[in-house]
Design a protein around this ligand. Structure first.
Ligand SMILES: [Zn+2]
Length: 157
């Protein structure tokens, strides 16, 4: 299999939730990792966006994914030279990266079917990832610089 790249770094690890990328790691030549969150937005499974959530750790010491008993639909792909620290729980390894369907095209490279977002949130009233606020349930509280729910003024995560 040909290597997949993002901004010059090799894609080494992909976690899928129901065949949609959820977490991706890339490695520099020295084996240092960058981490990316992937989610689909507003309930649209083709509207996938990624967020650079940081970096650190080494290719040979990726923290093994742990999912609770009974979790369904979680799988992962990892490069042949990547190694876990610990043992994965309640998820399945796939031999090849999955083909992902985005708006414009399909690709096995998650970055090619997704757009970058510099921030994102979540609305638990409609169980959806949102770019800014959920128009229906949330508002931006300017005074405290946070997103709140209309119904009880609770701060959204
Ligand atoms: Zn909502």
């Amino acid at each position: 299999m040909r290597n997949m790249y993002h901004e010059g770094e090799r894609i080494v690890y992909i976690v899928y939730h129901d065949s949609i990328p959820h977490e991706v790691m890339t490695a520099s030549e020295g084996g240092y990792l960058s981490w990316y969150d992937f989610n689909y937005f507003y309930g649209d499974k083709r509207d996938i966006r990624w967020y650079n959530s940081g970096g650190g750790g080494r290719l040979t010491e990726i923290r093994a994914p742990h999912y609770i008993e009974g979790t369904k639909g979680v799988s992962y792909w990892m490069a042949s030279d990547a190694r876990f620290k610990g043992k994965p729980k309640n998820c399945v390894r796939v031999a090849k990266p999955k083909r992902i369907r985005g708006w414009r095209r399909t690709s096995i490279n998650p970055f090619k079917v997704a757009d970058e977002t510099l921030s994102y949130g979540y609305c638990d009233r409609c169980d959806q990832h949102v770019i800014d606020e959920c128009q229906e349930h949330q508002y931006w509280d300017d005074e405290n610089s946070c997103v709140r729910y209309y119904d009880n003024n609770e701060v959204a995560e």
